[in-house]
Design a protein around this ligand. Structure first.
Ligand code: DX5
Ligand code: ZN
Length: 225
């Protein structure tokens, strides 16, 4: 199960005690902390910025942090989040005028680079930048809010991306974000995903360890240990 990562989205955590709630989900077995950044411009919602990431690091969160930028433009915030202690930084291809240079900027600041595709966004540019990508993030909801339903056409897209990654034979995480729960995570894993973002499905439960474990079991049932 080493190769499958559960990435709780702290968008659904208790913001009134974010440090404590994030620490709880990390000790419950989170592999990555998914950190959703929204600007009320690229998406119709607003969330948290680099200061909050700095505060989480200061609080003692040492787990890898996966910054999902839903902002436009992206380049200034890439630098701020890298300096604040991000490990992965992903942005939406529509949000950058120069995708290749934004990817280079992430790498130049010592982070892993991710490119995000919305449900209706084609994969067209992928082959031109695949050598600079460490993570492909497929949105399975339209970005902006937690608690939405998984869009089923994502399953075919996951299969397509898995084939592309295999073809290029590069170490690239395939992350899926939106509407993931214990019931559908197995299907998403079979299609080829290896990194699963889940917000409401985890934080709505009292016991984070129980739900994360149930997710791992659901994956291992279909893809083996
Ligand atoms: C949506 C965010 C997601 C969201 C997932 O724009 O990018 O990360 O928090 O939440 P759930 O798992 O509730 O769909
Ligand atoms: Zn996200």
């Amino acid at each position: 199960m080493k190769n499958f990562w559960i990435a709780p989205s702290i968008l659904s955590a208790d913001f009134a005690c974010l440090g404590e709630d994030t620490a709880r989900v990390v000790s419950a077995g989170a592999d990555l902390v998914h950190f959703d950044v929204m600007d009320n411009h690229y998406v119709p919602n607003i969330t948290i910025g680099p200061l909050v990431l700095t505060a989480l690091r200061k609080y003692g969160i040492n787990a890898p942090i996966d910054v999902h930028l839903m902002v436009k433009p992206v380049d200034n915030l890439i630098i701020s989040f890298a300096n604040a202690g991000a490990n992965y930084i992903s942005f939406h291809k529509e949000a950058s005028e120069h995708i290749d240079s934004s990817l280079q900027l992430i790498k130049a600041h010592g982070c892993k680079a991710g490119l995000v595709f919305n449900p209706a966004t084609s994969l067209e540019c992928l082959e031109y930048v695949i050598d600079k990508i460490d993570m492909i993030l497929l949105m399975s909801v339209n970005p902006g809010f937690s608690g939405q339903s998984f869009i089923s056409s994502t399953i075919d897209k996951i299969r397509k991306v898995r084939k592309i990654i295999n073809f290029y034979n590069r170490e690239i995480r395939l992350e899926v974000d939106g509407g993931i729960n214990i019931e559908n995570i197995g299907t998403i894993a079979i299609a080829g995903a290896d990194t699963f973002v889940a917000g409401s499905a985890i934080f709505s439960q009292k016991n984070y360890h129980t739900v994360i474990n149930a997710m791992r079991n659901a994956i291992s049932l279909v893809v083996g240990k």
